[in-house]
Design a protein around this ligand. Structure first.
Ligand code: RB5
Length: 154
């Protein structure tokens, strides 16, 4: 498995720890940065990770900024990306099982490293359940592609 990971200046230490953690599990990591303590615009790393996932060059992505919000918003603008911010392992697991998230995000100012590792574990170990959830994923995709939702026009 190969994961892409990206962060802003607020989350450098947590990103590094998560990289080590993932590699200790045998996961290949593509780290798009930043590693500079200079102020860094999170849409850059959000976009880079999203691009790698959307293009099939990574199996999934991990994004970390102060809250996880800005960086996930940026990633979600790339077609085919379903990124969500999680502060707890339960949401992380359900986000894969029900929403088939392909990027998980969290905030280095919000959670500690042990919670971050639990979130990553739950997300990685979960599987999309398909079935009724696929229809809703398809509806999200329809909004993304057409800026409309047929179900609202009936
Ligand atoms: C940076 O100050 C901060 O805005 C950023 O890390 C993130 O929390 C944005 O959503």
């Amino acid at each position: 498995m190969k994961l892409a990971i990206g962060n802003d200046h607020v989350a450098i230490e947590m990103k590094k720890e998560i990289c080590v953690y993932l590699e200790s599990k045998g996961i290949e990591v593509i780290d798009v940065g930043t590693d500079s303590p200079e102020r860094f615009d999170y849409p850059i790393s959000g976009y880079k990770v999203a691009r790698l996932v959307a293009d099939g060059k990574a199996d999934g992505g991990v994004l970390i900024c102060g809250t996880g919000v800005g960086i996930s918003l940026a990633a979600n603008k790339v077609r085919g990306i379903r990124a969500c911010v999680c502060s707890d392992p339960y949401t992380a697991r359900l986000s894969k099982q029900h929403n088939n998230t392909n990027i998980i995000a969290f905030g280095a100012r919000v959670i500690g490293i042990e919670t971050a590792k639990m979130i990553v574990d739950e997300w990685l170990n979960a599987e999309f359940e398909g079935g009724r959830h696929q229809k809703r994923i398809d509806m999200i995709h329809e909004i993304e592609e057409t800026q409309h939702l047929e179900a609202c026009e009936q």
